[in-house]
Design a protein. Structure first.
Length: 314
């Protein structure tokens, strides 16, 4: 796999993710629950990231049109998702001041769902899956003679270590006790890009990368909880009757931030963590060793002892 050309690899990854997106669009049209909408958004992100990472191979007017349609689809699905998050959160808060708010969120959910289904139906009726597959395949072959086509392992070595450095730089700021909402938000964006890019290369690196991705997913989940609190706080803030729920969400958000920062410190701020990630991403197919705590004993410990830090995964 590591010896395959980048152009062919890019085409295969984009096609696979487009197939998954088409499947999820049809599924969401039939089952419009919170999980389906969430999975739709993930499928959009994964396909979009494939087009973004391999942008030199996916150019042209029709590809730009696909990007615009993906953005529109993501925005409309986001409105449904926000309503789902809000309804779930206020049910957990059990605050009496949200009694009058719930019907408003339910109405917003219904309206957003209707808009989303209409958009997805239009996509299906136009046979967009076939059109997009043709566009992606065509764009991947455009100017093929003018583009260099290095092995995908070389492309990964050139791209991913730098992204790891960016990920750790943002994480260092977000992991501070006094990290600002802006720093947490910026890191969440960087983390998403890093995760969905890494997922493109799992077949290049094999099991070592799969294991390491679990830590990324765990961090994303914790940051997602923080963002959910902020999203619902913003939605509730327009209603004066929601003071108790706002207070509950503020406390919940603070606890989630503390939990994320502990996880970051234990998992990514450990000695040698960045070095281990860089070593893995610089050598496709080579196992990454876990960073270790400094030994508290003179002379250290044997290789089979509990000196190795356990990995927290989702």
């Amino acid at each position: 796999m590591a010896h395959i050309g980048t152009r062919k690899f890019a085409a295969e990854q984009a096609d696979t993710r487009l197939g998954r997106l088409a499947f999820q669009i049809n599924r969401t049209m039939k089952c419009r629950d919170a999980d389906s909408v969430h999975d739709l958004r993930v499928a959009i992100r994964r396909f979009s990231q494939a087009l973004r990472v391999f942008k030199p191979y996916f150019r042209g007017k029709e590809v730009r049109k696909i990007r615009r349609e993906l953005t529109e689809m993501m925005d409309v699905a986001g409105e449904v998702r926000n309503s789902d998050i809000a309804l779930n959160m206020i049910s957990k808060s059990r605050a009496s001041d949200t009694t009058g708010v719930r019907p408003k969120f339910e109405k917003h959910r219904q309206d957003s769902e209707r808009a989303l289904v209409g958009l997805l139906k239009h996509w299906v009726d136009r046979k967009s899956s076939l059109k997009w597959r043709g566009t992606v395949a065509s764009a991947g072959n455009t100017n093929s003679d003018a583009l260099e086509d290095p092995p995908i392992a070389t492309t990964a070595q050139q791209l991913l270590p730098g992204m790891a450095q960016d990920f750790f730089d943002h994480g260092k700021e977000a992991g501070r006790q006094k990290a600002s909402p802006r720093e947490l938000h910026q890191f969440r964006i960087a983390l998403k890009k890093f995760r969905y890019t890494l997922e493109l290369f799992t077949s290049v690196y094999g099991p070592p990368l799969n294991a390491s991705l679990e830590r990324i997913r765990r961090a994303q989940g914790l940051l997602g909880d923080i963002n959910d609190c902020e999203t619902v706080r913003s939605m509730l803030s327009q209603y004066k009757v929601a003071n108790k729920s706002l207070s509950w969400l503020t406390k919940r958000r603070r606890r989630r931030i503390e939990k994320f920062q502990r996880y970051w410190t234990e998992t990514f701020a450990a000695e040698g963590a960045l070095r281990s990630w860089t070593a893995l991403l610089s050598r496709p197919g080579v196992s990454m060793r876990e960073p270790r705590k400094p030994s508290s004993r003179a002379g250290g410990l044997g290789p089979q002892t509990a000196r190795r830090r356990p990995v927290a995964v989702a």
